[in-house]
Each structure stands twice: as C-alpha cells, then as structure tokens.
Ligand binder design. Structure first.
Ligand code: AMP
Ligand code: MG
Length: 495
C-alpha cells in the first residue's frame, strides 16, 4: 500500500466539522496528467507509474495515512444564504507538511457522494476537471495565489448532465479548504464553541501572527481582509473573472478557489460577465472588489461575537460592541483594495510600489484600450516591449494623438519616478504575461478531451502556461487573442 505521511489536523476537529467518508471507486481510471513539480514541492514519494497513480488519485486504491472526510460548510450563493452546502463531491484525503514546513490539503474532487451531496451524483465531468487543472496551475504560474492541481484522472464512467459526459477526478491541493462559508455554517447554527475552535484552527494554520495581537480574532479578520483585497487585485491584474464568488468559494487562506465558470478578459471590458447563470452581472469583472467586501462583511458577522466586546455571558450584553468592531475593521477594505490594485496595475506600466498618481496614468491607458477594443493581455505585453521598436502598441490602443499623448504622459511619469526605461521594461515583462489560459484555448482542450478522448491539447496548454512571463516561441499560438468566431462569450459551471 502506498503511504503518504499525512498529519490530519482537520480530522482531529470534532465531528460537527466533517463527515468521514470513503471515495467511491470508479470503473476504469486513466491518468491524464500528474504534476511532478508539485509532488516534489509537497515532498511526496510516489510511484512513477501511470496506472498506479491513476488508482491512487481516483480513490480506487486507499492511501495509507489518509483519513478521508467531507467538510461541512454553508454559503451565500448569489446573495442567498444556504445553511448547509459542504463537500458534496469531494474527499479531503488528509494534510501533508511540505519540506519547507508549509501545510497542504490533498483532496479528491469528483470522488462520489457524501452526506452533503443533496441531489448531486458526487461526480465531475471531465471538462470541469480539465478546466480546474489548467486554470489553477496557470494562476500559480502567473503568480496569483491559488489552489493547485496534483493529478487529473479520467474515470471511464459517464456522468449525466444536459447530455452524457465522460467523468473525471481532480486532485486538488490547497493551503486549506476553509471558506467564509465554513464560518457561516457554525454561525447559522448558533454554535459559538465550534466557531471559536474554527477561528483558532485558522489562526494556528494560516495567521499565527495573530496570537501576538491584543485581540487575536480582530487581527484574524483584518488579515483575511488584507489577503482577500490582495488576491482580488491580483486577479484583476491578469484579467481574471472568478465568475462565482459565493462565500462558499471564498477561501480564508488567500487562495483562488473554485474554477467553475471562470474566464479571462480578451478585449478590455470592465463590465465583462461570462457565467451563464450570472444574469445580473453580480460577479462582473469590475464588481469583484465590491463582492469581495460583501463576502467579508458576512465573515465579520460570524466573527463579531468573538471580538473584544462580544457577548461574554453577561445577559445584558447584546454583542453590539463586537459588531461595531467588525464593521470598523471591514471599513478598511476599500482602501486596502485600492492600494493593492494601484500597486498591481502600476507594475503593468513599469512602476513598482505605485500610488494613486501612477494609477491615474493606468486608468487613462485602460480607457484607450477600451475604446480601441485592444486585447488586455497583448496590449500590456506589447507595452513591455515598446522600446524594442516595431511593436504595434500604438496600433493596439489607437494610433491617434490620444495614444501618442498617453505615451508622453507615461514617459514623463517614469522620469518623475526616476524609473529608467530599462527598469520599467524589466518590471513590465515580469508583470504582463505573454500567455494566459485563454477561454477559447481552454474550451478547445475540453472539447478534444470530452468529444474525442484526446488529452494532448489539455496537456500542451498546461505546459504552455507553466512559465507565462517567459517568451516561448514554441507556444506562440497561445498568445493570440481569439478570432471572432473562436470567441467564448459564455461559460458554464460544469458541475
Ligand atoms: P460549486 O458550484 O462547485 O461551488 O458547488 C456548490 C455546492 O454544490 C457544493 O456544496 C458542492 O459540493 C455541491 N456540488 C456541486 N456539484 C455536485 C455534484 N455533482 N454532486 C454533489 N454535490 C455537488
Ligand atoms: Mg464551490
């Protein structure tokens, strides 16, 4: 039996946190891709054998040391509260402590029904598995904190959706799978003791520095707010639209989680919405900071009773002070986001530690890009190469006086900031990727796998995205924006 030196801290939490389960075996597991660099990063010693890995990461063969469980959580979905969601098709196998001391969850997704499955079959279509593998690993390559993908396996089974689809299992790796919705689960039950256990677990695991603060739970809330502000800014810096920023998909561990209907901007359009079920544009590209804050306000409501001034057994205490404390901390979000977003965007025009004045220059560029319909990724990458000459940057944002005027303003700003053109170029090449997981390329890889059993496009796309800031002539086809007929206008949850 293959062993992994698991150390399962979540499994040690009381029974109301999870349900012990066993992954349900699949008919004919076939390994599509295994992430060797990630396995090495985790310090895993696994067989170098496709069929053996397929058995382990489909759930067909148990791993020694695993204590599989489904986590309980709740969540606000599109603003509406669902008191019990939980892992309806995922099994947390356990946690490993990597050689550098960092702790990671290893979870199978698509591994069968649990107590939380409600009407679902506990399975994943292969397309959703490929999307999550490719995009989550691309996010990591882009430098955006994200859950990661260790393996993808085709199950040899059919899952029934609007039509029959081949099934798959993804092995997901994350710092943890604790969400805002995990806190909401216990808040909705009025289970203050579990809420405190959860907060302590999150502090120990993700924010140990909070222990030194006068009010550790207030400090926890503050740090999660800063983390989510930073993450949202980074998403927007690469044109990422999460698509389903429900509280159950909002990690408290500062990682991108859940890649259901996600998409990337092609042409710059701040109001872009891709998800077929987001009719109101709640999760539109430029609404993401507002939604992040909305999600955090729900977390604040959950943590309020724990904050200094929260109810302490005195029956006259309504917890008003705790709520006010939470609100005061939440009020730090807009500034925190603005600062992070300014810095992320200023790097894209070559300025480190950018401020509001730098951001004003970016905003003018975005306005030009919007007007010309420029591709967000290509335009910024071309800007990075601007000094090489002969690149069509001006053509991308319009070659009239507005564009040349912008270039003047930009160069003056670099000079005022004492940034040499060489340094600006280096900053920009490290901030503006050559390749992103373009929607039409992801779609093509999924179609090849689902319709023809051909996994080569998915594997090649994953390879092209491993180092997206490096020019790679052999992957040039992944740099091009879609032709009009290739453009993906809508994405589907694919659950
Ligand atoms: P998601 O849209 O992936 O964030 O999932 C929302 C909720 O539905 C979570 O509780 C999932 O575990 C559950 N869920 C999604 N798909 C399935 C499925 N095929 N079977 C069982 N539960 C599912
Ligand atoms: Mg989810």
């Amino acid at each position: 039996m293959t062993a992994i030196p698991f150390d399962n801290s979540y499994a040690r939490l009381p029974e109301q946190f999870h349900e012990r389960i066993q992954p349900a075996p699949v008919r004919a597991p076939e390994l599509i891709r295994f992430n060797r660099p990630l396995a090495a990063r985790l310090g895993l010693d696994l067989p170098d054998d496709g069929p053996a890995l397929a058995r382990l990461f489909s759930g067909n063969e148990p791993i020694e040391g695993a204590q599989p469980l489904a986590q309980a959580y709740a969540g606000h979905q599109f603003g509406y509260f669902v008191p019990q969601l939980g892992d309806g098709r995922a099994a947390l196998l356990g946690e490993v402590v990597a050689p550098d001391g960092k702790r990671f969850d290893i979870q199978l997704k698509g591994s069968g029904r649990t107590r939380f499955s409600r009407g679902g079959d506990g399975r994943s279509p292969l397309g959703a598995v490929i999307r999550e593998y490719v995009v989550s690993e691309a996010m990591h390559g882009l430098g955006v904190p994200s859950s990661r993908a260790l393996a993808m396996v085709a199950t040899g089974e059919t899952v029934r959706r609007e039509r029959d689809l081949p099934g798959g299992v993804l092995t997901r790796v994350a710092s943890s799978h604790i969400r805002v919705g995990t806190f909401e689960y216990f808040a909705a039950r009025g289970d203050a003791a579990s809420q405190r256990l959860l907060a302590d677990h999150v502090i120990d695991r993700h924010y140990p520095g909070c222990r030194a603060a006068s009010d550790p739970y207030a400090e926890l809330f503050r740090r999660v707010i800063l983390a989510v502000a930073d993450l949202t800014a980074r998403w927007m810096g690469v044109g990422f639209i999460h698509g389903v920023m429900n509280t159950d998909n909002t990690s408290v561990a500062r990682e991108t989680l859940d890649f259901g209907p996600c998409a990337f901007l092609d042409g710059y359009d701040p109001s872009a919405v891709f998800s077929s079920i987001d009719g109101q544009g709640r999760y539109a590209f430029d609404n993401q900071p507002a939604v992040a804050q909305w999600n955090l306000s729900s977390l604040g409501g959950c943590l309020a009773p724990l904050l200094a001034g929260g109810p302490d057994g005195d029956s006259n205490d309504t917890g008003e002070a705790g709520r006010e404390a939470a609100e005061a901390i939440l009020a730090e979000f807009p500034d925190a986001f603005a600062r992070r977003f300014q810095a992320v965007m200023a790097r894209k025009i070559g300025i480190e530690d950018g401020d509001a004045a730098d951001f004003a220059v970016v905003r003018e560029l975005l306005r030009l890009m919007r007007g010309s319909g420029a591709d967000f990724t290509v335009a910024f990458r071309e800007l990075a190469r601007w000094r090489e000459g002969g690149v069509p940057f001006a053509a991308l944002v319009g070659d009239g006086p507005a564009a040349s005027g912008w270039i003047e303003t930009w160069r003056a700003r670099l000079a005022a900031r004492n940034v040499s053109p060489e340094r600006a170029a280096a900053t920009m090449l490290a901030a503006n990727p050559a390749r992103i997981p373009r929607n039409h390329q992801v779609e093509r890889a999924i179609r090849a796998a689902e319709d023809a059993g051909d996994f080569a496009p998915a594997n090649r796309l994953a390879e092209a995205l491993a180092d997206p800031y490096v020019d790679r002539p052999e992957f040039i086809e992944y740099e091009a924006p879609p032709e009009p007929h290739e453009m993906v206008r809508q994405t589907f949850c694919g659950t």
